[in-house]
Design a protein around this ligand. Structure first.
Ligand code: ADP
Ligand code: MG
Length: 650
């Protein structure tokens, strides 16, 4: 006769013994062989070791001692994937407690073994529906386990056991939780399956139930008491199974299909627990949104100061005469001083300014504006180009030409009807000037609205035609090195003291220092905002971690069920990872959208903010990382559990 399908030799199972737990020998040398197509009942009182034996038979647990040969192969030599293959392709489990996945419908529960076997979705769906219909559940395909009666749930689990063929059905007290009618139905079903050639191992404490089988093995205190003997079975032997096992026919779908399945399963779980999912998401959403918004506000405020610096240059020093006091006359900075200062190596550009409030007129419109006489260096020294037209030249300066550039606000006030200002003549304090250019708008970036209400004319023209005095009101000096403004200031001071015979009747200021100090405060402000935001992201991450830990713990039994139906470790890992990634991905995206919305509101409230890609990616990335990390760790732990331990967890 050929090799038996299942052959146990001196199987022992011992619990406890280490770290103080009492040692119990649950199986004490069980030897047994079962052939293909047999219908065997293992009967014994409660606690006699039946379930322990079945878990070993179904490769859900390993014996402490003895050998188990399946189709001639020593099971101890099989690796994890081969064991998963056995559970998936060779065995079909039917448990007393049904062990269905609560979040999945009847049909989806039945499909699970086929998912791990890589059966295409359509085929799987159809087979599951057929099986359920055959077992009388055609009307209950989309019901979840808690919407089904015990008998119906048990039939779902039988359908699941048959999904991949169910060559060997291992049924542990399948009627134990059922009323007598449903119990009888389940027994009839098993009978029919036996007739169709399935090998059936039925475990029961009920002798009447056991009597339905064709071979009865009685077990007591972990030992076989009696065996009615192998029944001759027609047809197939263990060879086919042995060949398939040897071929390493591991099934499994393509990565893409696997991921799609995992996504669907993840989505289902999230949907079933939508309240809890929403709360977890809230943590991530708030974390991501606050990081992005706060960094944007910080960056915006910093940019604002930088713009101010950039608007007028950070290397500028202002020199002016001291105003008159009762004890001393007004100090005066002269053009001779300017010429002398221009020779200093620390000075890059120097420009006298002669300005004052003026009345400007065009056609019959009057307007008040500040008019300043400047050197030709104006556009470079102040980083203030003409938006239209051109600047005056050295020739204009030399000939005191009556030409002017006007600021956008002046244009707006004077040229109300949309006339082209370029080439037009305006009156400044009753002196005619021709407009040759428009100044670029500066008010918005510098924060100084008056900057746009200015007129610029050549220095000599201002002196001669407008203010009637040759000396500058103040002098703007650009230091050669923006980093060494202070040194330049000292050099200027030394020379001025010398020129003014030791009388300090002038003053030097530079706003770079002030602006830089301001920028520093804003910088620390944005750092602080960023830190607060990062904390909220961490809190969000802890939320994800907590949820994933809870989810895995809660669903350890589900993991056990999946392993019992043939999932490999990587299937389990992939599923939980997918859930974590999906969760954080959704949370991150919603967080980004929220950040943009908040940004929009803040923008309306005229808060300066700049969204930066690194901040967005950083926030999103860290949310994703926490999700993956904390999804992975507990899932890995769960996937490494022994299937029996996972199955028996609450
Ligand atoms: P049956 O299914 O026949 O009722 P079991 O196989 O479930 O019995 O259990 C047999 C014995 O093994 C029981 O006395 C039980 O207390 C013990 N047992 C089962 N599982 C464990 C375990 N994980 N740790 C310690 N003892 C166990
Ligand atoms: Mg039991």
């Amino acid at each position: 006769m050929s090799e038996p399908l299942i052959q146990l030799e001196g199987i022992r199972k011992r619990y406890g013994g280490d770290n103080g737990a009492p040692q119990t020998d649950v199986l004490r040398g069980v030897s047994l062989s079962i052939r293909t197509g047999e219908f065997v009942a293992i009967v014994g009182t409660s606690g006699s070791g039946k379930s322990t034996l079945m878990n070993i038979l179904g490769c859900l647990d390993r014996p402490s001692d003895g050998s188990y040969r399946f189709a001639g192969q020593d099971v101890a030599d099989l690796d994890d994937d081969q064991l998963a293959w056995l559970r998936r392709e060779a065995f079909g489990f039917v448990f007393q407690g049904y062990h269905l996945i609560p979040s999945a419908s009847a049909r989806e529960n039945v499909e699970i073994p086929a998912i791990y076997a890589g059966t295409p979705a359509e085929q799987r769906r159809q087979r599951a529906s057929e099986l359920l219909t055959r077992l009388g559940l055609g009307q209950r395909l989309e019901h979840r386990p808690n919407q089904l009666s015990g008998g119906q749930q048990q039939r779902v689990s039988i359908a699941r056991a048959l999904m991949n063929g169910g060559h060997i059905i291992l049924a542990d007290e399948p009627t134990g939780a059922l009323d007598s009618h449903s119990g009888a139905e389940v027994m009839t079903l098993l009978d029919e399956l036996a007739d169709q050639g399935h090998t059936i191992i039925l475990i029961t404490h009920d002798r009447e139930v056991a009597a339905r089988a064709r071979r009865v093995i009685e077990i007591r205190d972990g030992q076989i008491l009696s065996d009615s003997g192998a029944t001759p079975t027609p047809g197939s032997d263990a060879k086919g199974m042995a060949e398939r096992l040897a071929r390493g026919d591991s099934g499994g779908a393509s990565l893409l299909t696997d991921i799609r399945e995992a996504m669907q399963a993840a989505w289902r779980v999230m949907w079933v627990n939508r309240f809890r999912t929403a709360l977890t998401l809230l943590g991530i959403v708030i974390g991501v949104a606050s990081v992005v918004v706060m960094l944007a506000v910080g960056e915006g405020s910093k940019r604002q100061v930088m713009n101010q610096m950039g608007a007028f240059g950070s290397n500028l020093i202002y020199l002016s005469g001291l105003s008159e006091t009762p004890r001393s006359p007004a100090g005066l900075v002269t053009l001779d001083d300017v010429r002398a200062l221009a020779t200093l190596p620390q000075v890059k550009m120097i420009m006298p300014v002669n300005g004052g409030d003026t009345t400007v007129r065009y056609a019959n419109v009057d307007h008040q504006a500040y008019t300043r006489g400047n050197g030709v260096d104006f556009p470079h020294i102040l980083n203030w180009p003409a938006a239209e037209g051109s600047f005056f030249t050295q020739a204009d300066e030399d000939s005191a030409a009556a030409v002017a550039l006007i600021g956008p606000k002046v244009k707006e006030k004077l040229f109300r009807n949309g006339e082209d200002p370029l080439g037009s003549y305006i009156l400044i304090n009753n002196a005619p000037f021709q407009v040759i250019g428009l100044l670029a708008a500066k008010g918005a970036s510098s924060g100084d609205e008056d900057a746009d209400n200015q007129i610029v004319v050549p220095y000599s023209s201002a002196s001669v035609r407008l203010f009637g005095q040759p000396n500058p009101e103040f002098v703007i000096i650009a230091a050669a090195d923006a980093e060494r403004v202070h040194e330049a200031e000292q050099a200027i001071d030394a020379l001025m003291l010398q020129l003014h015979r030791g009388v300090r009747d002038y003053e030097l200021t530079n706003d770079a220092a002030m602006i830089q100090a301001e920028a520093r405060t804003r910088n620390s402000l944005s750092l602080m905002l960023g830190a607060i935001a990062a904390i909220s992201l961490v809190v969000g991450g802890i939320g994800v971690m907590n949820i994933m830990l809870m989810t895995v713990r809660e669903r350890t039994r589900e993991i056990g069920i999946r392993i019992a139906t043939g999932a490999r470790q990587r299937d389990i890992l992939r599923q939980f990872l997918t859930e974590a990634v999906l969760l954080t991905l959704i949370g991150g995206l919603v967080g980004l959208v929220l950040a943009l919305l908040i940004g929009g509101v803040l923008h309306l409230a005229e808060v300066a903010l700049v969204f930066s890609l690194p901040a967005v990616l950083g926030a999103f990335g860290s949310a994703l990382c926490t999700g993956v990390l904390f999804g992975y760790m507990p899932a890995r732990k769960a996937a490494q559990l022994a299937p029996v331990v996972a199955l028996s967890s609450e």
